[in-house]
Structures are given as C-alpha cells and as structure tokens.
Ligand binder design. Sequence first.
Ligand code: FAD
Length: 380
Amino acid sequence: MKHYDYLIVGSGLFGATFAYRARQAGKSSLVIDKRKQLGGNVYCKQIEGINVHQYGAHIFHTNSKMVWDFVNSLVPFNRYTNSPVACWQGHYYNLPFNMNTFYEIFGTRTPAEAQAKLEEEKAAMRQKLLSEGVSEPRNLEEQAQLLIGKTIYERLIKGYTEKQWGRKCTELPAFIIKRLPVRLVFDNNYFNDNYQGIPIGGYNKLINALLEGVDTLTDTDFFDADEPLRGSWREHASKLVYTGQLDEYFDYKLGKLSFRTVRFETETLDEPNHQGNAVINYTEASVPYTRIIEHKHFESFGQAVYDNPKTVISREYSTEWKPGMEPFYPVNDDENNKLADSYRELAKQEKDVIFGGRLADYKYYDMAPVIEKVLGIDRF
Ligand code: FAD
C-alpha cells in the first residue's frame, strides 16, 4: 500500500472536507468508510429518480458566507426553504410558531392580539407554579408552558417531544427546552440563517466533488479484526483523522456513550405528490412516527413535482439506540457528558491523531459547523 500523509476514518462531511483541503495543500489522503458508500449521513440513494436522504432529511443552512461560498463553489445549491408543517389530530399548523400558527390555533389576527393571548396562556403556568411555592420549572412540561402556554404545548410540543425522547415531558429536564422562538410575523421559514438550500442534484454531488482525486475505500472498518488497520495504520500514513465513535476508539474502556437513533420506513408511492411538503411533523403521541419526509420536495418545485408520477416518503420513528444501530443523536445528560469528557482527555494524549466530526466529538453538529471547523484548520 502507498504511504499517505493522512488516513481518514469516515467519509462524512468532516472526513471529506478534510481530504479536500489536505489535497489542496498538496497532501495525500486515504479515506476509508465502513459503510458500502461514501458520504456519511448526507448520503442519498436514488429511488425512482428521487434523491432519498437515507440517514434522515438534511437541510443545509448557515449564516457563514465563507461556508456557503465554499459549498457553492463545489456544487450550486437550490432555493429550498424549510417550512415544516405540524399535524395534530388531523389539523395542520405552520411551523415555526408564527402569526400563521397563532391564527390557526387561537384565531388571533394581529401581532398584538397574538401576544396578548400568549401572555395570558403563559401567566396561567406562572400562577400555578407560584401557588405551589415553586420558583423554577421542575420539568420540561412546566418549562414549555412558561415559554408558550398550555394550548400550543399540548398540541405541538408534548406528543412530539415524548416520542423523540421516549419519556414523558414531566420526566424530562427543563433545560432541554431553553427557548421556544416565537415570531410575530407571517413567516413560515424555519431557519433564521441567511443561506439555506440543497445541492442541485443531491448531496452525493457535494461529497464526490470533495473527494475528487482522493483515494477511498468503502466497506472498510478501521476496527475490523481481519484487517487490523487500527494496529497498523502508522505503516500506511503519517497521521490519522478519526471521525468514528469516540468511545469505540478507546475500546469502550471507560464505558459506553449513549445515543438516540431514528428508524426509517421508506415507501415508494404511485402518486406524484403525497403530502405537498417535504416535512410534516406528527405531534400527537398516538401516531407512532414523529415525521413523514417526502423527499422529492427538497429538489423539485412547481410543475417539476408532477413531472415524476411517483414519490418516495420516509416515516421516522425515534428509537433508543443499541449497539449495531446508527448512532445519531448524543444524549448530552450529565452522565454521558462526564464520560465523554474523560474520553476527550484520553484523546488529547493521541498526538498523531486528529479527532473530528459529530461522533468523535460526541456532539450534535449541523453540517455547516462541521465544514466550518475544517475550513478553520490552517495547517495540513
Ligand atoms: P458522519 O456523516 O456521521 O460521518 C461519519 C462517517 O464515519 C460515517 O460514514 C461512518 O460510517 C464512518 N465511520 C464511523 N466509524 C468508522 C469505522 N470504525 N471505520 C470506518 N468508517 C467509520 N445537519 C444539518 O445541517 N441539517 C439537517 O437537516 C440535518 N439533519 C440531520 C438529521 C439526522 C437524522 C442526523 C443524525 C443528523 C442531521 N444533521 C443535519 C447533522 C449532519 O448529519 C452532521 O453534521 C454531519 O453528518 C456530520 O458529518 P460527520 O463527518 O461528522 O459525520
């Protein structure tokens, strides 16, 4: 095997952007991934001509002009604007909470009317806590009602959050919901960022552009017992870039970090337009899935939706993670954060290893911050 400057474990956005920048700096890399394909969580599978977000819907959004210009220099992005809709007992509400939502729920027509109604609802929870001699919300249910009142909490937050976490809101800590953004304008654009969109032609184009001219190996696990790269990587590369699970790198010797995951049920339908939107959240507890994603709406607009007579949807079920499942969301409670900190101390001692990305940092990152981190590295 040729000797590389970097062996990069993981072909997600961290690994692929690192390989791109290393190549620009004249350095060679071998990128390996244990999956059958490159791209990490942004990988899309083509079904009926539609890019299906295999590891969950991915919407690129950022305030960083540097990151936006960088990704657009590799592949132009479209004008997709995330405007999810919530469905509760057959009623549809616009998200994020804005004048449309308040009109749909309370019938309020002006910002002043909406504000007054919200204040009245929030005051009821303040009053309740006061009468019980409690100064701080004791759980997520109380916190959410202090921020948005009972009606919206019960219709749009309670069931969804309980499905996401697999626990009752009364058993979840208040800190999980720090803020609930409220907009007193008729604006359904979910993100406040200056830039958002989807790569035209899909995320695989972005990954392919980042990895152009870089050696890659799929179906190759760094920890594979038959191909012990883990023990021998220094024979093949000067430095290791590791984007896999932090605890796995250290053989779980301090214990296992926990995650939440999502199970996807993907279906092709013989109709051009199933739900009229990319994202619909199901906010009642009795519907077992949290969302339905209709993938074509990320990249088709107007008449183009009807040019393809088929559509692909994915129902998302939020699930407790067990080894062997995809580790999606770190559980940032005290116990896991402490354990991750101990592993980070060990990682500092690995002088020729760069740990990066969401799994090795044990942190939830959106895509743009991952790219920004790599763009911020000044020496390769
Ligand atoms: P990953 O993309 O996970 O890549 C890590 C790669 O390492 C994987 O391909 C894995 O197979 C490989 N690997 C791990 N261990 C080994 C090993 N031992 N040997 C070889 N290979 C290994 N961000 C947004 O900005 N917008 C969104 O809408 C959005 N939606 C999301 C939805 C979901 C369900 C999830 C989980 C995340 C979402 N994100 C979103 C976040 C986004 O996915 C991440 O920021 C991004 O994928 C991070 O890239 P990464 O390279 O760190 O990790």
